[in-house]
Design a protein around this ligand. Structure first.
Ligand code: GLY
Ligand code: MN
Ligand code: MN
Length: 447
């Protein structure tokens, strides 16, 4: 029986903070700074309106403190000192200002509150000439005398290190999977109850306990052929007259950390249902290969090899798998990458950096410009694994025009195209021996 969530957070946060402090100290030393000032971000007004876009605190700030609703606040980090949170607490009777935080993380901070952002200056050391700042380029910064705004060499080091999650971050990501799976189960039920895309999203929100702006990305709920649009965004308000399939790509957030989960369902036990099962097996075969030392680009290419065999077995191509691969047919059906880093951002930073020092990136395979992750896996990396197979008109029509028409089984494609496509996406933690699948564990625990 795992410890209650609050105990897990309280037990793991101190080491998370120590790890962040250590990474920051090393990065500051290497880049010639002596302190770091992090900004939470500012509210952004809608043009000529008096409302703002939903506020999302900057990820480098959230890495230290899970404060999602504290605009114009700062964290000051100097090696060997307690981190200082300068919380902007406006005297505002139109909105509820953020409360002074307490609990598992707040007790590790020196917390000061200020009624306006400019008052934060008095809470900082007099001399900021060796301080690096990460955040919005506020007009105040010049008179404050900080040395550098968003210095690339420092940020690269921090971004590079962020790929390796601490035990605390894994606790948060596991919890985001638990709530994400609760949403997915409710969405599946709504699909089989013949709900519209919009109602399916509402079922997801209700079960996950979050409003849309608290999600790490807008849910993709695609009934039938709409699943061929990779990031389909129209939530249809009425149920379609016929129902064949649903692709739902939806995740939740916990303490600033995201889950990113996709499932595909068939309404009937038909050929499309069999294709979903085959894709599920393919995804699991790939998951067995995830371990430290694996070049993600190699796994992406392996996915295309397995997909070539699957397309052949499903009678979607009229040539042997080797030829399907060589002629680029798998990329007609799967134009996106196999996965990406996951964490404070859904597509987390540093995924193609060759080293913490240099600006060089690890190149993507020539044929795969959409691959987001090119690094070699290390223990503690959290990645998504999301193979897909879609019937995308524009890509298939392109192949018809470029001389590959005879290699495709158009009759079979025509029969399945009404279902749009398949994506199966889980969140994996790389462990010393292989990987742990946070998403499948959450589905299993939910029953
Ligand atoms: N939900 C976006 C993605 O899967 O990358
Ligand atoms: Mn993803
Ligand atoms: Mn996704």
């Amino acid at each position: 029986m795992p410890a209650p969530l609050n105990a897990q957070l309280a037990n793991t946060y101190p080491l998370h903070l120590a790890t962040l402090a250590e990474r920051t100290t090393r990065a500051l030393e290497a880049t010639g700074f002596d302190a770091l000032l992090l900004h939470s971000g500012s509210r952004l007004m809608v043009f000529e309106d008096d409302r703002t876009y939903p506020f999302i605190a900057h990820a480098p700030f959230r890495a230290w403190a899970p404060l999602n609703d504290a605009p114009d606040s700062f964290i000051y980090v100097a090696p060997g000192q307690r981190p200082r949170l300068i919380l902007h607490q406006p005297r505002d009777y139109w909105h509820q200002p953020p409360a002074v935080p307490s609990g598992y993380w707040a007790e590790h901070f020196d917390i000061r509150t200020v009624p306006e952002p400019s008052a934060a200056r008095a809470q900082l050391p007099q001399n900021l000439s060796d301080t690096a700042y990460i955040g919005d380029p506020l007009p105040e910064l010049e008179p404050w005398g900080v040395r550098a705004v968003n210095p690339a060499a420092l940020m690269r080091r921090l971004d590079y290190a962020r790929a390796q999650k601490t035990a605390y971050e894994i606790v948060c990501l596991r919890e985001a999977n638990r709530t994400g799976v609760a949403g997915h189960r409710a969405a599946r039920e709504a699909f089989y109850a013949d709900a519209s895309e919009f109602e399916i999203e509402l079922a997801f929100l209700r079960a996950s306990g979050l409003r849309e702006q608290e999600l790490p990305y807008n849910p993709i709920v695609a009934l039938n052929a709409a699943a061929a649009v990779l990031h389909y965004q129209l939530l249809g308000r009425s149920p379609p007259p016929e129902r064949h399939s649903m692709l739902i790509d939806a995740g939740t957030e916990f303490a600033g950390y995201a889950s990113d989960i996709t499932r595909t369902y068939a309404r009937q036990a038909d050929d499309f249902a069999a294709l979903i099962e085959a894709m599920d097996r393919l995804q699991q075969r790939l998951a067995h290969e995830v371990r430290p030392g694996l070049d993600w680009r190699a796994l992406h290419l392996r996915c295309h090899e397995l997909l070539a065999t699957l397309l052949h077995e499903a009678d979607l191509v009229r040539c042997p798998p080797e030829e399907a691969l060589a002629r680029g047919l798998t990329r007609l059906f799967l134009p996106h990458g196999l996965g990406h880093l996951l964490g404070l951002e859904v597509h987390d930073v540093g995924a193609r950096l060759a080293s913490p020092e240099g600006p060089e990136e690890i190149p993507r395979p020539h044929a795969d410009p959409a691959l987001r992750l090119t690094r070699v896996l290390e223990p503690g990396f959290v990645v998504t694994l999301e193979p897909g197979l879609y019937f995308i008109d524009s890509l298939l029509e392109g192949a018809r025009a470029d001389g590959r028409a005879g290699l495709l089984n158009w009759t079979r494609i025509g029969e399945l195209a009404r279902c749009g496509g398949i994506r199966i996406e889980d969140d994996l933690v790389v462990t010393p021996a292989g990987c742990e699948n946070l998403t499948r564990e959450a589905f299993q625990s939910a029953g």
